[in-house]
Design a binder for this molecule. Structure first.
Ligand code: HSE
Length: 311
């Protein structure tokens, strides 16, 4: 085998109440990466497309490269490897761009090496990529990008990942306003302490959301899609956030909040038709103030990262 091409999807992290502990995968967009054996020693990123030249080709500074270094060190692999990354999603968008790059890289390289590790065991290496990109190894993008579906990170030390079954009717709308927010910055503005009353509200909603997902109880999901801790702070970075959120709810969404660290917003709906209506309502708010946007509508992606071709 000489080369493997793989795909890893974009993700919605936090999902309102679950800061750093909940995320789900979208069908698209996502990143693609080709991994090949190389005569040159070490890990070399020979090409990145779709980033306007902004991402480092140095494999020790690039999220995909760092993740692959961590994987190769772990399994003691010394053959040279070349990576070609095709970014097919916006950077700094709140859609888990860095996580998708790290995940697609470890999935492709693991397949190139004959799958020495299971998919699930690749997560810690992808998180090393997140650490270099965002300054923190949060798993709420990388875990759903890798595994697909809705994922709960019950604990970080030790890592305890709980994939959740997905209610059949749930559809996601993601609207990406054409502005950029770096996760590092969006984390930097958060308070380090929360009040007990906010904590009570938040963990009630986190548990309610998980229970609603497990029981396919759309009313409970809707009531639980609330974030009293992070959204009030980060929403100031997103023009017309509350107008867009209200437009989504008025169009029939079960709930709406910031996707990951923003500026994208996500909404969940109980039908594809509603998800489309929600997208129209939200983008109209941005159109009216002259901010361009993209909308992505998707069921929850149940597969996660996958190998596209082996040659
Ligand atoms: N949970 C992370 C955050 C996700 O909100 O900072 C970043 O995409």
């Amino acid at each position: 085998m000489r080369e493997v091409k793989a795909f890893a999807p974009a993700t919605v992290a936090n999902v309102a109440a679950g800061f750093d502990v909940l995320g789900f995968a979208l069908d698209s967009p996502g990143d693609e990466l080709t991994a090949k054996f190389s005569d040159q020693h070490g890990v070399r990123i020979s090409r990145i497309t779709g980033d306007d030249g902004r991402l480092p080709l140095d494999s020790r500074k690039n999220t995909a490269g760092v993740a692959v270094h961590a994987l190769l060190n772990h399994i003691g692999e010394t053959r040279g490897i070349e990576l070609l990354l095709d970014k097919k999603m916006p950077l700094g968008s709140g859609l888990g761009s860095s996580a998708a790059s790290a995940v697609v890289a470890v999935v492709a390289v693991n397949a190139l090496l004959g799958e020495p590790l299971s998919k699930r065991d690749l997560l810690p290496f992808a998180l090393e990529g997140e650490r270099i990109a965002c300054g923190s190894a949060h798993a709420d993008n990388a875990a759903p990008s890798l595994l697909g579906g809705f994922v709960l990170i019950r604990s970080y030390t030790p890592l305890d990942i709980v994939p959740l079954p997905m209610p059949e009717k749930l559809h996601a709308t993601v609207v990406h306003p054409h502005i950029e927010i770096q996760t590092k910055d969006a984390r930097g503005i958060l308070k380090q302490q929360v009040s007990l009353s906010n904590a009570i509200t938040q963990w009630g909603n986190t548990a309610g959301l998980v229970a609603g997902i497990l029981m396919s109880d759309y009313g409970l999901i809707s009531r639980s899609l609330q974030d009293v801790i992070v959204e009030p702070i980060r929403s100031i970075l997103i023009p017309r956030f509350y107008e867009m959120k209200q437009a989504a709810l008025d169009a029939g969404a079960l709930g709406c909040s910031i996707s990951g660290s923003g500026p994208s917003l996500f909404a969940l709906s109980d039908s594809m038709e509603t998800a489309h209506a929600v997208a129209r309502a939200m983008t109209l708010v941005l159109d009216n103030i002259g901010i361009g946007s993209d909308a992505f509508i998707s069921k929850v992606n149940q597969t996660g990262a996958k190998v596209l071709s082996i040659a």
